[in-house]
Design a protein around this ligand. Structure first.
Ligand code: ATP
Ligand code: MG
Length: 746
């Protein structure tokens, strides 16, 4: 646009210049021509007029000479006549020559000539008459007035010629004036046009200039925006010219390459940077030879990454530019690599969790069958103590398997938890006697008291388990004795901490730290301790599930666990449990009381899809004198309820039933028909309808598989007793559907 305007302005000025020059040249030429012609015409007219005047004078002189002679008769008076006569003839000739180019003058001269001749003849005649005849004869001739008439006619012709010449002269002058005026106007118009054109050209130049100014301002703005963008990047950018000299860069370019300021300036050669970095970092940037060998195509880049001596990691990208130069883009990959490692670790743990959770579920069903049958057989072998011993051993192994499965479920974050507000300031000191007994004399246990501790939200039994696991690990790390310290603190984990640790929600936490003065761990061990089955202990000494359980439990409770360890110095494991907004309730110490069996048999509807589990459950229940109705799925259970509607006192159902009716649906249908029938769920796996976010729904009774005979009976009797006392407080039955329960003693 600007270029176009400037070109147009240039062309206009050029055309105007040529036009004005042509105009001025033409006008000047015309003026010169006119002046020359005017000068010639004026000269000619003056000559003609002068000749006419001279002719007049010469004629008068000739007449004067003639008169003088006629009066005196003396020849001396004839001298003017004599000199004038020749003069008259000469002047007449001259006049003819001068005025020959004018037809009117030519006519006048043609008329003048004969009269002039006659006049001259008349003069000569009178002079001859005076000389030869005498004065009178001469006067007679004069008095004829012929001479005078000739003179009058000559003067009239000469006057006419004079007049004509004056007119011609005036005409020429007028023409010259007119032409001069025209030329003047022409010049004025030319000047005005030139001025307009110049103004127009100036306007165009002005526009071009302001366009250029705006463009320049825009370019300056774009340049400053680019500069700011470049400097705001967290990537380092260095631009190299085709001759491989640094021409542009940002602050990160210098900081990521850790280059001295003096080296980062316009014109620094690429080789200088390569050599400088080679000294401190070894082979870092591509060498000149490598640059020559690998020339990426347009829109392609060469990417490579380097580990710096300070442990950071940089990705370097070389992208070609159309002019033959290239751009180096440096990205700090340290944080991303760390974040990826954290993510990978958490994904790995989740994957292992899912796998182990699935295995644990199936395993629990099998263990239920094994344990149940062993216990049944055991109860029948009162007379064979040897066999009973063997059965006991098999039961012990099965229970051990159940503990492992429970730990696996804990790691998989799939154990049913009943989180409640816990006051750690009382719960932890309560544990100390148990720990002292378990860990042995050689370990000095210290509990550091702390005032104003926030209540924590967690499952108290599982927390005890976790602390016990940590204490056992500490004991194993201190075979020659040492100190175990249990501390607590209120901790606020902020956004920054949460950003650096996956699965951490910022907020208030109550922290329990278990520290030992044992042999500690190397970092590569620390990075793996939460994996299930990871153990450094000798075969048979450790399962590698202790910390996995702790990890799963804390995560399932919405907390966070962190481990710090120094080889030969000791280890600290910190459990961060979410702060409870409610205050902790005083915990009632659970005492295992003997089960009081009902005096008359209650009827239990057992719904379980696994035949072996169903059979052993039925056998246990029957062994304790309960009446049992059993079903393999929800639909069958519902049918049986219909046929035995008044008989059933308790529904014992698996949570995960095949078919449309799951355990919970079945319980709801039973509640609709018989609201007084309590429900006990069985489950080997908790990711289902009665456990939400790792917590049992309120009012839900659940027994985890595998269960022991005693546990099952204790739960059933407990539920039946609760149910009986509830219905006893409800004075009267409320409707026809309600069937009064048999009385349960105790
Ligand atoms: N306090 C500690 N000091 C040193 N090493 C520890 C400590 N706690 C755990 N470890 C290391 O972590 C590994 C895993 O611990 P974890 O509790 O998960 O399994 P384990 O103790 O080996 O087996 P288990 O707990 O089933 O008996 C241990 O084998 C041990 O190497
Ligand atoms: Mg352990």
């Amino acid at each position: 646009m600007t270029k176009h305007l400037v070109a147009r302005a240039n062309l206009t000025v050029l055309i105007m210049l040529i036009a004005v020059l042509a105009l001025v040249g033409g006008a000047t030429w015309n003026q010169i021509d006119m002046a020359r012609s005017a000068r010639l015409w004026t000269q000619r007219a003056n000559d003609v007029l002068l000749t006419i005047k001279d002719l007049n004078i010469a004629l008068r002189d000739a007449e004067t000479g003639q008169r003088g002679y006629l009066l005196t008769g003396r020849d001396t008076y004839l001298s003017p006549y004599n000199s004038s006569i020749a003069h008259v003839t000469r002047l007449a000739g001259k006049l003819q020559r001068l005025a020959n180019d004018d037809s009117i003058e030519r006519d006048s001269i043609a008329a003048l000539d004969p009269i002039l001749q006659k006049k001259l003849e008349e003069l000569a005649q009178t002079i001859v008459l005076r000389r030869t005849v005498g004065l009178d004869a001469a006067l007679t001739a004069v008095n004829t007035d012929a001479g005078r008439n000739y003179t009058v006619a000559i003067v009239a012709i000469l006057d006419k010629m004079t007049q004509h010449e004056n007119i011609v002269l005036a005409q020429h002058q007028q023409t010259a004036d007119t032409r001069a005026i025209r030329v003047r106007w022409l010049v004025i118009s030319g000047i005005v046009l030139a001025a307009i054109a110049l103004v127009w050209a100036a306007r165009m130049l002005n526009r071009a200039w302001s366009n250029a100014y705006v463009l320049e301002a825009q370019q300056r703005q774009v340049a400053s925006q680019l500069r700011a963008s470049l400097d705001s990047l967290t990537q380092g950018v260095g631009v190299f010219s085709p001759s491989r000299q640094l021409v542009n860069w940002n602050a990160c370019f210098q900081s990521l390459l850790k280059l001295p300021k003096a080296l980062v300036r316009n014109g620094t050669s690429y080789t200088t940077l390569v050599d400088y970095l080679a000294e401190s970092e070894g082979e870092f940037l591509e060498t000149e030879a490598q640059l020559r060998l690998s020339r990426p195509k347009r829109n392609e880049s060469i990417v490579y990454s380097r580990h710096c001596s300070d442990g950071s990691q940089v990705e370097i990208r070389r992208s070609p530019m159309p002019d033959g130069g290239f751009i180096l883009t440096l990205t700090d990959m340290t944080k991303r690599a760390q974040a990826e490692a954290v993510l990978r670790e958490s994904q790995k743990m989740q994957a292992i969790g899912q796998l182990t959770g699935g295995i644990a579920h199936d395993f629990n069903n099998l263990l239920t069958v094994v344990l149940g049958n062993l216990e049944l057989v055991n109860s029948k072998l009162a007379n064979a103590p040897d066999l009973q011993k063997k059965i006991e051993r098999a039961s012990w192994a099965a229970r051990r398997g159940a503990t492992l499965t429970a730990q696996l479920l804990a790691f998989a974050r799939k154990q049913p938890l009943s989180p409640k507000p816990i006051d750690l300031a009382t719960a932890l000191p309560d544990l100390v006697p148990l720990l002292t007994r378990t860990l042995g004399e050689h370990i000095d246990i210290r509990y550091v008291e702390r005032a104003g501790l926030w209540p924590a939200m967690a499952d108290a039994a599982q927390l005890e388990n976790a602390v016990l696991n940590l204490a056992l690990n500490a004991r194993d790390a201190m075979p020659d004795g040492g100190r175990l310290t249990i501390e607590t603190a209120n901790v606020v984990l902020d956004e920054e901490y949460a950003r650096l640790h996956s699965e951490v929600t910022p907020g208030d936490y109550t922290m329990v730290a278990v520290s030992d003065t044992g042999h500690g761990m190397r970092p590569e061990i620390v990075s793996r301790v939460f994996e299930p089955f990871y153990t450094t202990k000798a075969e048979g000494k450790g399962t590698g599930l202790g910390l996995a359980m702790v990890f799963g439990f804390v995560k399932q409770s919405g907390g966070h666990v962190k481990i710090y360890s120094e080889v030969d110095a000791g280890t600290t494991v910190r459990l961060y449990l979410p702060r409870s907004i409610e205050e902790a309730q005083a915990t009632s110490t659970q005492s295992i009381e003997p089960v009081v069996m009902p005096s008359s048999a209650a009827t239990i509807l057992v719904v379980e899809d696994e035949a072996a589990v169903r059979e052993v459950t039925i056998a246990i229940l029957k062994d304790f004198g309960f009446k049992v109705i059993s079903a393999a799925d929800g639909e069958e259970g519902l049918r049986l309820l219909g046929t035995h509607i008044g008989e059933i006192d308790l529904l014992l159902t698996d949570v995960m039933l095949p078919g449309e009716l799951r355990g919970r649906d079945l319980a709801q249908r039973v509640a609709a028909l018989r609201p007084d029938v309590p429900v006990l769920y069985m489950s080997g796996y908790t990711e289902n309808s009665i456990v939400h976010h790792g917590r049992l729904d309120d009012g839900v009774n659940l027994i985890g598989k595998p269960f022991s005979r005693d546990n099952l009976i204790r739960r059933i009797v407990g539920i039946l007793q609760d149910s009986a006392s509830t219905s006893a407080t409800n004075d009267e039955p409320s409707g026809g559907n309600v069937v009064s329960l048999k009385s349960w003693p105790g």
